[in-house]
Design a protein around this ligand. Sequence first.
Ligand code: NDP
Length: 497
Amino acid sequence: MGVAARVEPSVEQFVAAPLRKMLIDGKWVQAASGKTFETPDPATGKVLARVAEGDKEDVDRAARAARRAFDEGPWPRWTPAERERLLLKIADLIEANGLELAQIETLDNGKSLGESQNVDVPSAAATFRYYAGWVSKITGDTNPTDPAFFNFTLREPVGVCGQIIPWNFPLLMAAWKLAPALACGNTCVLKPAEQTPLTALRLGELLQEAGLPDGVVNIVPGFGETAGAAIVQHPMIDKVAFTGSTDVGKQIHRESAGTLKRVSLELGGKSPNIVFADADVSEAVKGALVGVFFNQGEVCCAGTRLFVEEKMHDEFADAVAKAAGSMKQGPGIDATTQVGPLVSQEQLERVTGYLDIGKKEGAKVLTGGERNTAPGLEGGYFVKPTVFTGVRNDMRIAREEIFGPVVALIPFKDENDAVLQGNDTNYGLAAGVWTRDVSKAHRVARAIRAGTVWVNCYNVFDVTSPFGGYKQSGYGRELGRAALELYTQTKSVWLRI
Ligand code: NDP
């Protein structure tokens, strides 16, 4: 097993185990089929760990366990104070095991250790802590009905939640899904992505250590077409929460009709990051880089269409290319790495395929534009940070989600043109606006059709602020108070007086 050097002994032990099993009804078990799959280290392409491969039968066992835990188990009947205390304990355990979780995440996903340690792990802990605070504040209303009756509403949990997560922020996505679901008293069947199952499995151990009752969270690693599809179709699962590609989101939307599950979808994006000539240019250059190269560009809200006002386009493009070309690329586990490898061979092929498409479409490569096979990186899935200019908004590289370190610069004439081009996309997840003109910032923020707009900043997140898409970027809002809507339903109770 190709474990990189410089990791905690516990991490080496975790990944080197002969098999990482799945968590069903409080027990770590093999797949019913006995099948397993390998998860590689994206920095080397070598096998990192072997994991039990869940399928329909395992999802069925997990769904039944979650159903039992919801219908008969103690969890939904615990007092709010007890549930709150448990969620706080989970947050504490994530922090206490932060370095270990960060190293596992980096080995499995490829992202830089600094990001795993300083962003993903603390944000995951903060998510559990924030929703712990909500447990005791989920309330109903009393309604001013006919005085012959007393009417009130109860906010009740939805039931069993199937949660399907992607590989770009594996631990954080698990936290975004599990924490609000648990706060509202639901039980869960979580499927991590096949590329990155490890931190979810380690989190499962921490949930047990915190004292979560058996069956409340079941974790079934496996493939989307089998385990994922089984979650969507299972009659005992009441709700599906999904983060991933728009194509699979549409498929889940269609297939959930069979059981009329509640569905929330956080899907892809092709977000406009709009730089006006009156912006603080050095800040805007930094924002453009953070917008697209953070997490190797494997970010749903990445600012991949960088709209730059015509009159300063060329100098801005040069500045972005110069900075992008000097970013340090290497294995995520190396503390000096700024841009790690992509998550998988498949993603490497997808992204380099788009580099070819861009060149054929006539875009010009200012920097990057190819796989990085520098000495030491040959076995990994590295793509050089790439800046394209000469891009039109109707080119495929400006319309389709690439999900790699690739930015397309597109010039615009004026505010109206920026908004028209920015909105000319099937997606609507996020946008950025860079200007010193406060009125213009407000006008553009309102005119852009996206779930999040950042002004003079990019990729800023907080657990208190809702996140989700317009248009084909999905529906439903995660984080903040809004996520409680996803995981509760309202019951109206009438009493004759
Ligand atoms: P997917 O949408 O296929 O994967 C996301 C999750 O959905 C994974 O857990 C996957 O399982 C699961 N899944 C796949 N097919 C089904 C299905 N039929 N039913 C239920 N669950 C399913 O994304 P990919 O990993 O294939 O990445 C492809 C592209 O998707 C990327 O290039 C990017 O553009 C976009 N993407 C967007 C993300 C976002 O944050 N919005 C995150 C990841 C990708 P498994 O991985 O095991 O197959």
